[in-house]
Design a protein around this ligand. Structure first.
Ligand code: ZN
Ligand code: ZN
Length: 364
């Protein structure tokens, strides 16, 4: 063919852009930097890309995060010739600082020249520098626009409430802003409840809305003047969102206009009840919800129907292990022998309600 390398004159092997592959890759290696540096946040391990902090959420391991940041940075700086692609990269930590964080990484690369498909291996030394990112700085200063005060209505917060609150916190952290912190700057226990500081008012509102919609909490927002801005002379507000977890909760037996209901849940802040007699469900209006009265546990007994005659029905009290006789009109006619139910004392009368037809998970 009479071809030869424009640099070394070699007449053997495959040519890439007028050079033998040795000379081509030698030239490429000159273009690729022998070392680059990457800046990472020591708190959240996000890495600085130009002026923007980026966190690789899907990587849990800190060493792997540093390697991924190094690879991203190398590609971002576009140090490769147009005809060359990065086929594969792997890195290893070769030096650590006093706190054990990666300080230097050897990034091994496999490159490929597109037109010929010829591959070449090389390595780049990456030094990692640490600097706290803007978000972590903000959190360290506990800067916040809103405080959410979580309390329970007419009772102290209990384990059940804590579980609700934790569930909502987990939810907002998963999808929320600021690197899995959901905008939460600080959580403090206070007056039998919690005070939660949020970096932004909008994040605080999302949090409050969830507790309202899913758990029927009452939400009230009030801006409070905390001072005057010295430079602008304007008022500085700090918003307080007060959250009252409802006095009633899912699983409570309640009465409304002589009827007995089971509170089964909340939908967009409105209570859903199940009629203990008919089993029918409905969503209550705000006024109805306020009028609900909780039936004390002292008035509820778990019973089993053991037999019935024309004059009375025999029940066995499952908690007290005793027998009770009840007039037949107080029990549902379709109740079967051996079936369990609830004997509820309400408005001075005792009635038996069926529970067997219900889903066990929502029975009491
Ligand atoms: Zn050559
Ligand atoms: Zn950070």
């Amino acid at each position: 063919m009479g071809r030869f390398c424009a640099r070394c004159g070699s007449e053997s092997g495959v040519y890439i852009r007028g050079l033998c592959s040795d000379c081509y890759w030698k030239e490429m290696d000159m273009e690729i930097p022998s070392d680059i540096s990457v800046t990472m946040c020591p708190e959240c391990r996000s890495h600085l890309q130009g002026k923007k902090w980026v966190e690789r959420d899907e990587i849990a391991d800190n060493d792997c995060k540093a390697v991924a940041a190094a690879e991203t940075e190398l590609l971002r700086q576009k140090k490769f010739h147009g005809g060359v692609t990065l086929e594969w990269a792997s890195g290893e930590v070769i030096e650590r600082d006093a706190s054990g964080r990666p300080k230097a990484i050897m990034l091994n690369l496999r490159l490929k020249e597109k037109s010929t498909g010829i591959e070449h291996k090389t390595a780049v030394l990456v030094s990692i520098e640490y600097s706290t990112c803007s978000t972590c700085k903000k959190y360290a200063r506990k800067e916040h626009e809103a405080v959410v005060q979580i309390r329970a209505n007419e009772r102290p917060l209990d384990n059940e409430d804590q579980k609700h609150v934790e569930r909502v916190i987990n939810e907002i952290c998963k999808r929320g802003p600021d690197r899995n912190r959901g905008g939460i700057v600080e959580i403090k226990e206070k007056e039998g409840g919690y005070d939660v500081k949020f970096a932004s008012l909008s994040a605080a509102r999302v949090f409050a809305k969830r507790l309202h919609e899913d758990y029927g909490a009452a939400v009230q927002e009030s801006p409070k003047i905390v001072g005057i801005d010295r430079r602008s002379g304007g008022r500085v507000y700090k918003n307080t969102i007060s959250i009252k977890l409802p006095r009633l909760r899912v699983g409570d037996l309640v009465s409304l206009r002589n009827n007995v209901y089971l509170l089964t849940g909340f939908d967009r802040g409105r209570a859903i009840v199940k009629d203990m007699r008919s089993g029918g469900r409905r969503t209550l209006g705000v006024d109805e919800y306020i009028a609900l009265e909780k039936i004390s546990e002292d008035y509820v007994r778990r019973v089993r129907l053991d037999g019935r005659t024309s004059s009375h029905a025999d029940f066995y009290d499952l908690n007290k292990s005793s027998f009770i006789e009840i007039p037949p009109e107080m029990i549902p006619p379709e109740m079967k022998i051996g079936e369990e139910g609830l004997l509820i004392r309400h408005e001075g009368k005792e009635n038996v309600y069926r529970i067997a037809k219900w889903d066990r998970t929502e029975s009491i």
